[in-house]
Ligand binder design. Structure first.
Ligand code: URA
Length: 187
């Protein structure tokens, strides 16, 4: 990690911009390579992440690691992984709009710092937030988008939790989305 990232994470660690600060064990800030080509954006930390302070260390994270290796030929330290909200919502409920708005600057600052060429949004929350749409992930996925200024590639795919629930079809779609990520990184 760079000094800039460590400083940003330290600043985020005491964030009280929304009510999620009350129930968290700790802030789960983004992590990985500070100069990654690929940045993943998930939804919110779960119980394991809240305990360990690292994103995607539970079952969803294990599946993400497998897909990273199998479709991108990468390990976690090759990419950067962040979330729409950095603190665990109580009982794993969905993050609320006010919480997403409050946490938005942290995601933006991580994006500026890492400066990835490809952003992969995992599931509805991250995809709708960054694409500024109400359309769901089932319709959004399967296409590449441009995001931000300077423009980056954005590839929306399912959240790994959906693949754990939804079985083979969802997993196959995630794999084909990640193949497109691999191709974008290679160009
Ligand atoms: N699910 C997410 O969206 N983020 C995590 O960090 C863990 C599970």
């Amino acid at each position: 990690m760079t000094t800039a990232h460590r400083e940003l994470a330290a600043e985020a660690a005491s964030c009280v911009a929304c009510g999620l600060a009350e129930g968290r064990t700790q802030v789960v800030f983004g992590n990985g390579s500070p100069d990654a080509d690929v940045m993943f954006v998930g939804e919110a930390p779960g119980a394991r992440e809240d305990e360990e302070g690292v994103p995607f260390v539970g079952r969803s994270g294990q599946l993400l690691d497998r897909l990273l290796a199998e479709e991108l030929g990468m390990v976690r330290s090759d990419v950067y992984i962040a979330n729409v909200v950095n603190c665990r919502p109580p009982d794993n409920r969905d993050p609320r709009p006010d919480e997403i708005v409050a946490c938005r600057p942290w995601l933006a600052r991580q994006m500026d710092l890492v400066d990835p060429s490809v952003v992969v949004t995992l599931g509805n929350f991250a995809s709708r937030l960054l694409l500024e749409t109400g359309t769901g992930i089932t319709k959004l996925r399967g296409h590449n988008y441009r995001y931000g200024d300077p423009p980056r590639h954005l590839v929306p795919t399912f959240h790994p939790a959906a693949a754990l629930r939804g079985g083979a079809g969802v997993l196959a779609d995630m794999r084909s989305d990640l193949v497109r990520v691999r191709d974008l990184v290679a160009t």
